[in-house]
Ligand binder design. Structure first.
Ligand SMILES: *Cc1c(COP(=O)(O)O)cnc(C)c1O
Length: 436
């Protein structure tokens, strides 16, 4: 099975090339050529409820990556990557939160990063190209997940570029205190500078000839595949499987939602997806008007969703043959202001005694809006994408109280930051890279 580009210009490639190259040169995104389906009856309660989360994940991976890697190897990769749970917490009869923040960096990006690290290690071990250098620019959450995911991966070095003083202290500690094969570059500029530096490095023929470079950003298909697993894990935990289920995804680059659509394609019974956005509402606008107009992003309390030109929209359009009516049928869209987001954090806490991070709160609002419009025939599941303690500066003032910090985040505060200082000039980065 091969992977095609959503722009249909670049040639099809195998999984190894799709993963190591990340993006085809025509600037499309890779998609699996054929998507298998799970056997009929797979999602019946008495069948699906027997499976462990890693086994359930493996069964889904077999459909999505059919004929790419030997099954025994795939099983080992999946079992190693999916080593923490995604519990479904019931708030009331009509809604539950799927907690995706029980991995090492306390955000759902751990699923993608861990699976990608296992898959890349697998290919590096079986290749003669020498050490692999992974460059990644982060605005906060991605860097921490990638650092944890690749820590001590043999033959792989990770270089993370982050904007100085523009990420939270805990986020910075997640990148700068691990050591080993993880190096943090503190760029004296913005996130956009970091992203530009990484892109320039990939286009630099001289550098590419001398170094085996790859990227771990969210357009990589290896980050998407494992995100489909937890949608099935949510369904597995639903008590009443005779009732329809709707799933609400707090969205930025739309990788998470795309993974949900893939899960549905291989047989997961989801009645409807809901895309919840913050003030960066380009998808909601596209949904309403049928025309997509990217805009520069604006800063909101749910900062991981501050995306003005979501890259995975290409994949969603491709899945539905560019038919906006088909997209509307599969996905409902809502967007919320900063005030509504903060109000929702408060509401969830007061009503259910539950702490939601700002992104999760936006998803909660999506479920509520859906049920107001269409009734509560369907149970609403909203995705809890990060632990609230990662966003203390927002959650604490809203609730007017302290939020407990989980142990594996708290222990970082005493560690010493180690970062290489970097200007925004590409020549400085290049000099550094050639010297490593
Ligand atoms: C990255 C992120 C999102 C957005 O996910 P996409 O796949 O980019 O749509 C939402 N919430 C949190 C906490 C994130 O880190």
């Amino acid at each position: 099975m091969q992977f095609y580009s959503t722009k249909y210009i670049s040639p099809k490639v195998d999984l190894q090339e799709a993963v190591l190259r990340s993006m085809p040169s025509d600037k499309g995104l890779y998609m699996p050529e054929t998507i298998g389906s799970l056997p009929k009856g797979f999602f019946e309660a008495e069948v699906v409820e027997q499976l462990s989360f890693p086994e359930l994940s493996f069964q889904m991976a077999r459909c999505l990556l059919k004929g790419t890697i030997p099954e025994e190897d795939l099983k080992e990769i999946v079992y190693r990557a999916i080593n923490f749970d995604a519990p479904l917490v019931t708030l009331d009869d009509n809604c539950s939160c799927l907690e995706l923040f029980h991995g090492p960096s306390l955000a759902f990006k751990d699923f993608g990063a861990r699976f990608m690290a296992e898959l890349m290690s697998y290919y590096v071990q079986n290749s003669r190209d020498g050490e692999l250098y992974i460059l990644v620019a982060t605005s906060g959450d991605t860097g921490g997940a990638v650092a944890q995911g690749f820590l001590n991966a043999k033959g792989i070095n990770v270089i993370i570029l982050y904007p100085s003083k523009k990420i939270s202290e805990l986020q910075e500690k997640q990148l700068t205190t691990l050591g080993a094969n993880i190096t943090a570059l503190e760029v004296h500029g913005t996130f956009d500078d970091c992203q530009r530096l990484v892109k320039t490095a990939f286009l630099d023929a001289d550098l590419r000839q001398k170094m085996n470079l790859s990227s771990a950003n969210s357009i990589n298909i290896a980050r998407l595949i494992p995100q489909s697993f937890y949608y099935a894990r949510a369904y597995q935990q639903l008590k009443n499987k005779d009732r329809k289920a709707v799933m609400c995804v707090p969205s930025g680059n739309f990788g998470n939602l795309t993974a949900g659509l893939l899960a549905q394609k291989i047989g997961l019974p989801v009645h409807q997806f809901i895309a919840a956005n913050n003030a960066n509402d380009v998808f909601t606008e596209y949904h309403q008007k049928g025309i997509f107009t990217p805009r520069p992003s604006v800063k909101t309390p749910s900062n991981a969703m501050d995306v003005g030109n979501p890259s995975n929209l290409q994949r969603i359009q491709d899945l539905y043959n560019n038919d906006v009516d088909a997209i509307r049928k599969a996905i409902t869209a809502y967007s919320y202001s900063n005030e509504e987001t903060l109000e929702a954090i408060k509401e969830v806490y007061e009503k259910y005694n539950y702490l939601a991070c700002p992104h999760t709160a936006v998803a909660y609002l999506g479920v509520k809006a859906y049920q107001e419009a269409y009734g509560t025939e369907a149970h609403g599941i909203f995705l809890g994408t990060a632990h609230p303690a990662k966003f203390l500066d927002i959650v604490e003032p809203v609730l007017n109280q302290k939020v407990a910090i989980p142990e594996n985040l708290a222990k970082l505060t005493n560690r010493t930051k180690v970062a290489v200082q970097m200007s925004t000039e590409f020549e400085d980065l290049k000099k550094y890279l050639l010297g490593v």
